[in-house]
Design a protein around this ligand. Sequence first.
Ligand code: ADP
Ligand code: MG
Length: 401
Amino acid sequence: MAGYLEGIRSIKDLPIDNQRLFLRVDFNVPLEDGKVADDTRIREALPTIRHAMERGAKVILASHLGRPKGPDAALSMEIVGARLAELLDAEVHVPEDCIGDAAKKVVLDLRAGQVCLLENLRFHAEEEQNDEGFAKELARLADVYVDDAFGAVHRAHASVHAIARLFRDRGCGFLLEREIEALGKLVLGAEKPYVAVLGGAKVSDKIAVVEALLTQVDALLIGGAMANTFLAAIGKDVKASRVEADKLALARSIVDKAHSRRVELLLPTDAVVAAGVGASSGAVVDVTAVPDGMMILDIGPRSVETFSKRFVGAKTVFWNGPMGLFERPAFANGTFGLAKAMAESGAFTVVGGGDSAAAVHAAGGDIAKQMSHISTGGGASLELIEGKRLPGIEVLRSAAE
Ligand code: ADP
Ligand code: MG
């Protein structure tokens, strides 16, 4: 069974040899002092880029970078191109614009196996407008289209949506393929028992995900600041903890829904508390006994144990949202402890969300390696889990026009 990838061709199966390949990547990297501060996203795209080079494609890379209002030297792809050239140990030409004569000339000069990187797509407002004319200008540069930018597929933008339909030969790169395959398994019917862990900053960020998961999972474990609102909703006094007062009714309705669907919903029973987010240490207390003036900044050891037990025998585990303020060592044990238990569970394990992915890497040891899949796209992975059809994925299917 092809699963969620049905109808989507892999770069492996596309005729890219000696052809001009438009390769949409996610090079939206953090910059600092005019340099790439974290090149993870560039390195993650290397296998697809190298594959294309080895097959003798003329590789035309394209991405957005930041949120420019128009051409802006501080957000020029030159910065990214310089780092890419080092990583590839190859020349990377960056034309001064992503369309028009400058781009055409650089592409014309490309030989098989060579790479160029188009200037920031968002220097043109038409990119975010999914403009047909702009998409045609981009498409004119190439013969084959491949998308490997999972972080952008939930957006109907010209370089991920309008452009793809203009190519008969279109498909996905290795990164996107792995994302669609792993997350698609969850969406199309995860193997049961299916346990989901949700945490992170806010309930309001995750309402749609919670609602969707409630129809699929056997157990839902809730931690992080998000759990505060649930604890308050069921009558616990969480004192100075961050609570979304306008989401109490919603939290109560989620608890009720879980009950009527026979989804086991677990909340923390103990917590690590401190006087504020700047504290360098915390105290473990029962959630029924949070001292005055204190706030919950992590789930406690008993909760880690209870939550971890739910992974035993589970066939699928999905996790989004840290269990606490894991960026500070005093409040990282809940997140790291649960990550370890999840990694060792033997289930098909998927982690989604920017901070969650960072937390799993920060947890150390082999934990990140032991996960079945760590998604690179925050917004895109959550929208997939919600059951949404993402424009940048659907347009790649051969039946789509
Ligand atoms: P993701 O990016 O994985 O979707 P979120 O953005 O929803 O995750 O939430 C991550 C943030 O939530 C982290 O910065 C973490 O410190 C914070 N957080 C989690 N639990 C708490 C808590 N109890 N108190 C304060 N911050 C918390
Ligand atoms: Mg986040």
